[in-house]
Each structure stands twice: as C-alpha cells, then as structure tokens.
Design a protein around this ligand. Structure first.
Ligand SMILES: [Ca+2]
Length: 459
C-alpha cells in the first residue's frame, strides 16, 4: 500500500463513519482526530532500545526517536490528519450541512503547542504563527539540524498543499496529573506545574491567532484548547475527597483561560483497579473494611457529577466563609449523607429579615454567570431572596425570584434552584446573601439550608 493508498483509505473510512451521524441528521460539534497521536499511529515501531520510533527507511536519522519529540516525516504524519479533516469537511458539505459548525481537534499525548512536539513544529514555533501561507514543514523533510530537505512528493498534492495549521481549531491533549504529596495548594500546584507552564506560554500564541470575526463561532478564539482525556489515580493518600479538591482546583484554573474548552473525564479504571459495571453504571470497591468483612462499594456517579462541571465554580456551602449574618441567629454546618460532601450550611432563621451572607466566592473574570444553589427543602423552611454584591459591604442587588424551601413531611427534598444569569462587572471575590422574606403558611419555621453553589459563566 502506498502512502496515497493509505490516504485514500483514511478518506473512505472518515466518510463512512461520519455518514452514520450525518444520515441521521446529526452534525458533530467537534471531531477529534486520532487518539494520543504522537506515540502510536501507522508507521511507528520500537527501535533496538525499546523506544518508539518511526518506520521510515528513507528518512531515518537522529530525529527518529519519538522521545526526542521530533519526527523525520512530519509532513507524512500531518498528511494523515489532513486527509481526515479534508474528507470530513467535504462529506459534511455534500450532505447539506454547513461545515463551519464543525470544529476539528487533534489529540496528542503531550500538549501540541509545546515547541518540541510534533504539532509544536507547526503551531508552537513562534515563527510559524501567522507567518506565511503554509508552514514548510507540512511539505518538506527537515533533518536533525533543521536543514530543509526535499519536497515530500509521495504525499498527494491536495493533502500536502493543505495547511494543517489552519485546518485544526482545537488543540487536544491528555492529562493524567500525578498524585499530590499532600492536600495543600502548593501540593496541587506541583502536580500541574507542566500544564500550567504550558497554558501560560500559549497565551501570546493564541492571542496571535486572534478571534473569529464571522461564522457560528464568531467572537471565539481561532485556536482553542481541550483536555481530551483527564483522570486522577486513586491511592491511599490521593483519596476521593482529595481528588475532588485537586480536580476542582485545576478546573477553576483552566477556567481562567477563555480559549480553554475544558476537560473530559476518561478511563475510570485508571482511578482505581476495582471498577465493576452493574445496573447500567460503574462502581468500584473501596478498601477492605475489616469490621464489615466486606468490600464496601463506592458509587462514582455522585463524584463524577461533582467533578464534571468544568467552567463552573462548584462551591460547597459548608466550606464558604460566613461574612455576615443576622444577630442572634445561628449559621451552622449540618450533616446529611444526601448532600454533596455529606454536609451543608443552614441558617436557623426565626423571622422575616434574617439573612446569611457568604463571602470568598471568587470569580475568575468579569462576565455573566448563571447561579444555581442546591438546597435541602424541609417542613420548617422559609422563603428566601437571593442578592449579591461586589464585596461584603457593597451594594446588594436582588437576583431571581423568591424561592420557597418548604416541603411537607419529614424526609426533606433536595433541589437545584436556578437563580438565573447575573452580570458581574469585575472579577474577584463576591458576596452572596440569602434573606428570609417569608414562609409558607404550613411551614414550621424560617430556616434555610444550602448544599452547594454552582456558578457557570454564560458569556
Ligand atoms: Ca455540601
């Protein structure tokens, strides 16, 4: 099979796979090409030292070891990606869809903007950002000294001449952070040092590409970023609560970059080796319980729900600072296994006008955020009005309608209340106030109980 034959096969397979969606009226938002492409596709093999290397007899040389991050035949490798994207764009158009609505992502093991990676040769090298109509490296062999070699004529013209830099919208990568040494921010920062460094280094490059000025994604960055695989490993010190804190911390950091689309959770088996399927879901056995003489099971669904809200600030009410409260009225943490973190924050209100103000709600940037609060309804609850201010002693503005937390009976109910979009003119710490405005005629009191806040940037 010649190189051109492989490209033709890629073209046919791409169309066949995509037709399953398009024929059902479904146009993908994002097509991710390959799976950790830079360490294993089509022409790689293990060399005498056991390193991944490129099967390329024509252009063997110092650049053949993948560990170096360089590729002798980048144009051939890039050609496979271009073959997929060109075929997909053409098929989408042929089926009557507007191909502008589909973005294309590559997925590499290491971040594709870093200079010493395959894609970094095109996307990351400062000289190539925006300069020239097409990076030469898409077409020419370069030797280990960076000397330009011959045109890769075995690559079909339409593929070789296409500009991968312009075809790829979203840089995708995997991220499996190491287990932190402890449970402090410094410990967490240490596990994310490489990705944080990368993210910071991309700011100028992504800004150089600029934003789209037309089309369905007008206003978005031309180049965006997605963590295609993300997971943390469970061990004796990296327990589930620590992982939650660790992951929440990281997601909030990612949210500071408007061109970062988020992260997709991947490979639950990586988190623990005792995962089992059952009842349509996954669960895993926790550590052997000597008292119970059993393997207690841990249902990850709640955990994944808790972790899976990239771009959101997920703040447990019981962990928020109480900046202010009505005098003589208690605000306390209460336990309930139906609450996230197994606890919440309750205002033991006794009258209309009682309030609690939570502080330290740190918004990464100005903008409009949708605010949701999970509550525990009960037969002694009051009605609250939500208000927020730029600071504890700032000007409060009401948002959303009064919410009645009364429910009959003694079991309680749990509900995620959508307060609605709220505009914040500045980033930084905000104050959220919940004030009792009344109670249902059947309610026995004026208490308010909160589980967590979910704050999602909407524009
Ligand atoms: Ca909670």
């Amino acid at each position: 099979m010649t190189y051109a034959d492989v490209c033709a096969q890629i073209d046919a397979n791409t169309r066949a796979m995509l037709d399953l969606f398009l024929n059902a009226g479904i146009q993908p938002d994002i097509i991710i090409v390959e799976n950790e492409a830079d360490s294993g596709m089509l022409f790689q093999y293990l060399d005498a030292n056991g390193n991944m290397a490129l099967r390329d007899s024509s252009f063997s040389g110092p650049y053949t070891t993948v560990a170096s991050g360089h590729y002798t035949c980048y144009p051939k490798f890039a050609g496979f990606f271009k073959a997929v994207i060109l075929a997909a764009k053409d098929e989408i158009t042929k089926k009557g869809f507007n191909q502008q609505y589909t973005r294309f992502s590559v997925h590499t093991t290491s971040n594709p903007f870093r200079d010493d990676t395959m894609f970094g040769l095109v996307f990351g090298s400062t000289d190539n950002v925006l300069n020239g109509t097409k990076p030469d490296r898409d077409q020419y062999y370069y030797d280990s000294n960076g000397v330009k070699g011959q045109l890769m004529t075995m690559i079909p013209d339409n593929i070789r001449n296409a500009n991968l830099r312009d075809l790829v919208d979203i840089m995708g990568t995997s991220l499996y952070p190491s287990s932190p040494a402890g449970n402090t921010q410094a410990d967490f920062d240490a596990t994310f040092s490489q990705i944080n460094s990368d993210m910071a280094s991309w700011v100028s490059r992504i800004n150089a590409y600029g934003k789209r000025t037309s089309g369905p994604f007008s206003g978005d960055y031309v180049k965006q970023f997605l963590i295609v695989e993300y997971a943390t490993r469970t061990n004796s010190t990296f327990t589930v609560p620590v992982q939650q804190a660790h992951t929440t911390y990281f997601f909030n950091q990612l949210a500071q970059y408007p061109w970062a689309l988020g992260a997709m959770w991947w490979e639950p088996t990586y988190a623990h080796n005792n995962w089992y399927g059952g009842d349509g879901s996954l669960y895993r056995a926790q550590a052997w319980d000597a008292t119970l003489q059993d393997w207690p099971i841990f249902n990850p669904i709640q955990t994944l729900t808790t972790w899976g809200s990239f771009g959101d600030l997920h703040l447990e009410a019981e962990s928020l600072s109480v900046g202010a409260q009505s005098s003589g009225v208690t605000v306390r943490v209460f336990a309930d296994t139906n609450l996230y973190g197994n606890s919440g924050s309750i205002l033991d209100g006794t009258a209309v006008g009682n309030y609690v103000t939570y502080t330290g709600i740190n918004l990464p940037q100005a903008g409009t955020y949708d605010i949701k609060v999970r509550v525990k309804k009960f037969n002694t609850r009051g009605i609250f009005q939500f208000a927020c201010a730029p600071s504890l002693n700032g000007a409060y503005a009401n948002h959303g309608n009064p919410v009645d937390l009364y429910v009959a009976g003694t079991n309680g109910e749990y509900d995620l209340i959508d307060i609605g979009p709220t505009q914040f003119g500045t980033s930084g710490s905000k104050a959220f106030r919940f004030t009792v405005t009344g109670k249902n005629a059947s309610s026995g009191g004026y208490t308010l109980a909160f589980d967590y806040l979910e704050i999602t940037r909407v524009e």
